[in-house]
Write a protein that binds this ligand. Structure first.
Ligand code: C2E
Ligand code: CA
Ligand code: CA
Ligand code: CA
Length: 278
């Protein structure tokens, strides 16, 4: 069993042939959960590395099956992608996160929320319209929303994805390249995509304090992003040595267990209250 966030979870392939009964059981319950609007969303702070000032929160979907227990997002997002549930899932996380953000902005006015898009979301031509509707419903400006996507997702169908991404960028939401550095063609895509932010992948950030090569990659990513006028976020920051290295390299925003694990909404509200903004 793999360990994630201190909880033992089963690793299984939701698409494996041998497990079709469980797959159908999970799928049925996932559909019911989404239809009932009951998918949980946890929030992880994104903060300025020097001052600790909060700039936003990443929304991370959480789902527990009554019999099979907690299922990781990597697994149920894949299940949703392969079964036509991904658009309703994305829409639910988006609406849930924006409504939360609206409430928190009463005490933290500039707070923004980041929602993950899957590869299939990028092929959904109705997405810009859905995002506009969700923002309007929450009464929030587009500056309150960041959408995170990977280069790999863009490459599934570049032409199609570009149409959707331009539609999103035209709304004024920030597009963020997630897991930056793990794709095949970072430079070329950066220039082509209407992005405002890159998130340097956890694998480089985790190694940066002990490995000169990883530290160099992080430094190069910061310089490259800044050359293009982009905000740089480092994800997976777990210790203070890494945080200080990132301050030195000019990284704009950090996220990771050092600051906080992803938190249930009530806990995130308490975390915000306990971290008065400088
Ligand atoms: P991601 O977008 O790269 O999200 C970051 C993952 O790193 C999260 O895992 C988070 O809990 C974890 N993390 C954060 N800080 C640290 C740290 O300091 N150390 C370590 N070791 N890990 C850290 P999580 O929540 O299990 O999510 C996994 C992936 O599932 C996400 O990767 C994202 O690709 C996907 N996902 C989660 N929620 C959604 C969603 O609502 N929609 C879509 N399409 N994908 C989602
Ligand atoms: Ca992400
Ligand atoms: Ca990431
Ligand atoms: Ca990831």
């Amino acid at each position: 069993a793999a360990k994630r966030e201190g909880v033992a979870v089963r690793t299984w392939d939701p698409l494996s042939e041998g497990d079709s009964v469980r797959r159908l059981t999970l799928l049925r319950h996932l559909r019911e959960t989404i239809e009932a609007g009951q998918l949980q969303v946890h929030y992880q702070p994104k903060v300025h590395p020097g001052t600790g000032r909060v700039v936003g929160a990443e929304a991370l979907a959480r789902w527990t099956h009554p019999a099979h227990g907690r299922v990781t997002p990597d697994e149920f997002v894949l299940l949703a992608e392969r079964s036509g549930l991904i658009h309703p899932l994305t829409d639910l996380v988006l609406r849930t996160a924006l409504e939360q953000c609206r409430q928190w902005r009463v005490s933290v006015p500039g707070l923004s929320v980041a929602v993950n898009l899957s590869a299939r979301s990028l092929l959904n031509e109705a997405l810009p319209e859905q995002v506009a509707a969700a923002l309007a419903r929450a009464g929030l400006p587009s500056s309150a929303l960041t959408l995170e996507l990977t280069e790999t997702a863009v490459m599934v169908d570049v032409d199609h994805a570009l149409v959707v991404l331009r539609g999103l960028a035209d709304l004024g939401v920030t597009l963020s390249i997630d897991d930056f550095g793990t794709g095949q063609s970072s430079l070329a895509y950066l220039k082509m995509l209407p992005v405002g932010e890159v998130k340097v992948d956890r694998s480089f950030v985790a190694g940066a304090s002990g490995d000169a090569g990883d530290a160099a990659i992080v430094g190069a990513a910061v310089d490259l992003a800044h050359t293009h006028g982009l905000v740089v976020v480092a994800e997976g920051v777990e210790d203070d040595v890494t945080r200080r290295l990132l301050v030195d390299r000019g990284c704009d925003v950090i996220q990771g267990y050092l600051v906080s694990r992803p938190l249930a909404p009530e806990a995130f509200g308490a975390w915000l209250a306990a971290h008065p903004q400088p």
